[in-house]
Every structure is written in C-alpha cells, then in structure tokens.
Design a protein around this ligand. Structure first.
Ligand code: ZN
Ligand code: ZN
Length: 411
C-alpha cells in the first residue's frame, strides 16, 4: 500500500554522549534494540539539529520546530502552553501562567513550595475558580489543577500584557514576592496588579478551606498559597490541518507537549497508565497511536522516560529504558500505510544532566523510502545515513512529500 499517513515517534532526550559506565558507548549504542535497528536498516537515517546547530532546545521549542512552527516566531513562554496542557482552551492574547500550590507559615514565609506534594487539588481549584473575582479589572480567568501540586492560570481581558515577574521566591524560608511589571507599559502594570490581587484573594479562600483544615489535622502541610510563574501571551497558531491539509493527534503524558499539540489544533488522546516516566504504559501508548491513525493522517507520540534518566545522570537506567521502548514499538513495523519518523527532540546527556545541542539521530521508514547502508539506530551510525544532517523544520515537509501531500514550489 502507498503510505498516506505519518507517525512521529519522538523519544524524548534519548540521544546522549559517550558514557564511562557504558565503556564509552552512548545508551543507544549500548542497548539491545532489534526493532529500532531494523527500522534504521529498512529506512533512511540521518542526524538532526532540532532548531539549529549549537542551540540547546527545550522540549517545548523542540516540539514546535518538529511540528513546523518556528519557535522564534511562535514560542511565547511556557505558561500558555502549560495552560493548554491542563485543558484550558487558550485564545490568542490570553495570558497564561504555570502555578504551584505551596505552604506558607503563620509568619508569611514559604515553608514548602510543593505543599507536601499534595495531589488531589480539584476542590481547592474549584473554590478559587468560584471565589476569586477580578471583574473590577474587567478580567476573567480560568484556574485549573494540573498533575500533583501543579496548576495553571489563564487571564482574559482588555489591556493585559505578559511582562510580569513571578511571586515564587524559588526557595523556602522567605515570603512570596510581590509580582511586578518587567516592562514599563500600562498593559504589564495592569497584569501585575491583577496577579497580586489573584494571589491575595486565592490565599484568603485557601486559608480556611476544609481540605486544608483536614490536612492540618493530619499533620500535613496545607496548600494555602498559589505561586505563579512563566507568564506568556498565547500566540496565534495557524491550525495544523489548515497549514498542512492533514488532520492530526498528539499522545503524551507531559502536559507541556500535549498543550503544544492542542495549541496547534491536534487532538489530544489520553491513554490510561501513561506517566512520562520509566513505568509508563508504553504498549498502551503505541496501541492508541496505531488506533488513532485509522481516523487521522498524522499522530505524534512523545515517550519521555529516557529524558528523565538523562536528567538524573543514570546511563544504565537509560539503556534499560531504551530496551523497553524497543519491545513496545514492535507493532508499528507491521504498518504498511504509514511513513514512520523516529527521532529525539534533543539530546539529554547523562554527563550533562540537562539538554545539550548535540544533534539527534533520525530515521524515516516506510514503503517507497530510499534506504541507505545504516543498520543501527544510534547517534554515530545515523550520522552516516542518506538524510545527512537536517533541521527539525525539514522533517514534516520530508514526510509530507513521501505521502505525496507536499505543495509544488514553482511551475
Ligand atoms: Zn524533551
Ligand atoms: Zn528534559
């Protein structure tokens, strides 16, 4: 069958540098991964600078680039994308923040920035949503719980700006900061004022909330303060289906990646048991992706665990996770209606414990794809492949061309 659909499998942070624990190999080189290697052998390989050489991508800017939305134009901070990720529909111009529930002691100082790792905050968030009133500023808002102690806040109204600071002191034992404007213009001044009022009113609601009274009686830290950061103005994203003429979905445990997907108009598919960690339900994720492809032209799946091992500096754990990914992805090899793109969004070297600008391996697989002599999916082998060295922005156009859906440039 001629492929007419595209599956992007993004193995978050899977690329690495040589690791001493692995006798100088990278985790991808050291892992036993018959399926990933078969895809490399049967496809065309290369290495990729997700944004451009020497630029260390965040997962957010990297995924924007992979979806063909230049992050230099479209990236307006993490806040609005996190809001999308918690299910808030962000309209262009809305101001989004990442929030944390925290614990403040009687003396006004933050004693726990994660409020005892509270996890069920739905009642608290509902109380804030119903109780805080910003109407005297002409501002409405949506406040939603995220995973664990996290939440998001979106502000909507005339004359709001995003150049405002955070109230998060970033350490314990000091009082929350006053939010201030960072660019002197009425829109930013107004937003700072609205934010401080939101913090004041929400703290008053949380102070005596039954959930917190119960936590105190159980000796747990109450969630009595909202810390907010990452202010950004929601951008105006041309919808994915209009931009490329194809429909699409996103599957990711990480709310940030899911939020990027919905921001560009992809459908977010929720899969039970996915955690964004080592113990994620990978088989469920792959099954959901293959299922989703029966109704959509494009699916992006993000698998996060290897990035976590990289941040923790655990090369052996990363290698073991790659082997787990390898067995989970086996079912994709029987798809004959898809172009499969396998890549990372950035390197997360165990020696660095953070993202690096090292290019990542990439393979494109499917009927009609020219092959090369590469037979292993790793950073070094793929560098010898037929794709050579490309940027993330090229990936979707190449895949669209392989399903004969790219527009002709010229006559
Ligand atoms: Zn990432
Ligand atoms: Zn990371």
């Amino acid at each position: 069958m001629t492929p007419h659909k595209i599956l992007f499998l993004v193995l978050d942070g899977i690329a690495d540098r040589p690791c001493p624990e692995l006798a100088g190999k990278t985790p991808l080189q050291a892992a036993k991964k018959p399926n990933l290697d078969a895809i490399a052998r049967e496809g065309i390989c290369g290495i990729m600078d997700t944004i451009s050489p020497g630029i260390r991508p965040g997962s957010d800017t990297a995924h924007l680039a992979l979806l063909g939305y230049d992050p230099h134009t479209y990236y307006t901070g993490r806040g609005p994308l996190e809001c999308e990720g918690t299910g808030i529909h962000m309209e262009p111009g809305m101001i989004g923040f990442r929030c944390n529930y925290a614990t403040v002691a009687k003396d006004g100082k933050v004693i726990d920035r994660r409020a005892g790792r509270i996890h069920d905050t739905a009642d608290l968030s509902a109380a804030i949503q119903n109780g805080v009133d910003l109407s005297r500023y002409g501002v409405s808002f949506v406040f939603r719980s995220g995973a664990g102690h996290r939440a998001s806040l979106a502000l909507k109204g005339e004359g709001l700006g995003h150049c405002v600071s955070s109230n998060d002191p970033k350490k314990e034992g000091v009082a929350p900061l006053t939010i201030v404007w960072q660019k002197d213009a009425p829109v930013h001044r107004k937003t700072a004022e609205v934010c401080n009022e939101f913090v004041r009113q929400s703290a008053a609601i949380l102070f005596d909330h039954p959930v917190n009274r119960k936590r105190l009686s159980e000796g747990k830290n109450p969630a009595n303060m909202v810390l907010m950061r990452g202010a950004g103005e929601m951008g105006d994203y041309e919808p994915f289906d209009r931009r490329y003429g194809i429909s699409g979905s996103v599957i990711s445990a990480a709310s940030l990646i899911g939020g990027i997907g919905t921001a560009v108009g992809l459908r977010r598919v929720h899969v039970p048991g996915i955690t964004g960690s080592q113990d994620s339900n990978l088989a469920g994720k792959i099954a959901a992706a293959l299922d989703e492809l029966s109704g959509k032209d494009f699916v992006l799946v993000n698998i996060k665990g290897a990035d976590e091992s990289g941040h923790d500096g655990l090369a052996l754990q990363k290698t073991a996770f790659i082997e787990k990914v390898d067995s989970a992805i086996a079912p994709i090899r029987s798809r004959d209606d898809c172009i499969i793109v396998l890549c990372a969004d950035h390197s997360t070297p165990c020696a660095v414990k953070d993202h690096s600008a090292d290019p990542v391996p990439v393979v494109i697989w499917g009927e009609g794809v020219r092959t090369d002599s590469v037979s292993r999916f790793d950073e070094i082998s793929c560098a010898g492949g037929g794709l050579c060295r490309i940027t993330g922005a090229s990936l979707l156009p190449i895949a669209l061309d392989l399903i004969n859906r790219s527009k002709k440039y010229g006559a």
